[in-house]
Design a protein around this ligand. Sequence first.
Ligand SMILES: Cc1cc2nc3c(=O)[nH]c(=O)nc-3n(C[C@H](O)[C@H](O)[C@H](O)COP(=O)(O)O)c2cc1C
Length: 397
Amino acid sequence: MNSQAVRAAVLNGGAKLWGQRMTEMPGAMTVQPTYFEPLAGPPGLAAVIEVPLSIAPMMDRTDRHYRYFMRQITRHTLLYTEMVTAQAIVHGDRDHLLGFTPLEKPLVLQVGGDDPRMLATSVRAAATFGYDAVNLNVGCPSDRVRSGNFGACLMAEPEQVADCVAAMMAASPLPVSVKHRIGIDDLDRYEDMANFVSTVAQTGCRHFTVHARKAWLQGLSPKDNRTVPPLRYGDVHRLKQDFPHLWIEINGGLTDLEQVAEQLGPVDGVMVGRAAYDYPYRFAEVDRRFWQADTAPPSRQQVVEAMLPYIDHWVRQGLKLNKITRHMLMLFAGQPGSRLWRQILTEESCKAGAGVDVVEQAMGAVQRQDAIQVELGQVQPRQVQLGRNAQPLATWS
Ligand SMILES: Cc1cc2nc3c(=O)[nH]c(=O)nc-3n(C[C@H](O)[C@H](O)[C@H](O)COP(=O)(O)O)c2cc1C
């Protein structure tokens, strides 16, 4: 471990805390200090977020169970939490809001807020819990968020954002990044965004994720604000040209790995949101393709196997099965048996007492469908061995 990494490990106390937290989990937890090592890019903690690909923060989607599931598919893609408000972190149940399984790392906590002191407290909490970085949400257009004066409306207040970011950066050694839009309402010229970024960058913040759509704060729902305003990738590319020393990550409307690869010329990184949720298995190739990993991607069945002990653990803790399986519904998208997989998981997972056997049953249905296809000569046979004692692809507890 390099000296900065050691400092971070000591300062954030993360390893100790995980050790305590994980005693609730079955089996012995091995803390991996290498989590603090940069994966790529220049040395230092910031390298953890200077990666080619990340999965976007998404409320009600990128919770810990989704993240654990995605980690069975890709080891390296940077993952984000859902947005958590600084107010909730200051006043709420932090274990519930911030708890995660170490295997989810590298992991960024996304926070929302406009109060530098509360945001600084949030960053300290993130460091204590062992997050790798913290991201400030300046892109969410929802009424609720706007009424709290945070999210996308803060693009009109670059100095306020700079104060927030400065306080966040002073609170811990964790890297701090900002996720924002290319504009809001009538403040939507390239120059407005460049002024925003330049003001915030004066704090020393060097990581910006840009959703390449403006947001209309009046009149469009959050959902419409993700589809109606046109994508302007050119503005994000120009931002990188004008601020070559900053790490610029592009986001919005990118759905497959070819598109990701194309963007990795004009900008430094790519963040994918909805496509990562709707087509999770598209990420199976990314470790090899963008991190030059030499391991073969897991099969979909291996992903299911890897989830079984995790699911079993949580169900035994009293969690409803569908809280986990809802994130797995699209694993077989486009494959024979996909409909049956979704149907069984959807109908059976919410029943009282539902456990891993439901997932095994759904997997069995996919296999039978597969066998029929093989018999018809439509697909190649797959090697499948299922069982609840199957080992996860990576050790999580
Ligand atoms: C259901 C949903 C929830 C979202 N929640 C958040 C959030 O909590 N924080 C945030 O910065 N963006 C959030 N977003 C926006 C995404 O992070 C991303 O910027 C947007 O979906 C565009 O990327 P995409 O076209 O790849 O999906 C959300 C998007 C969706 C679809």
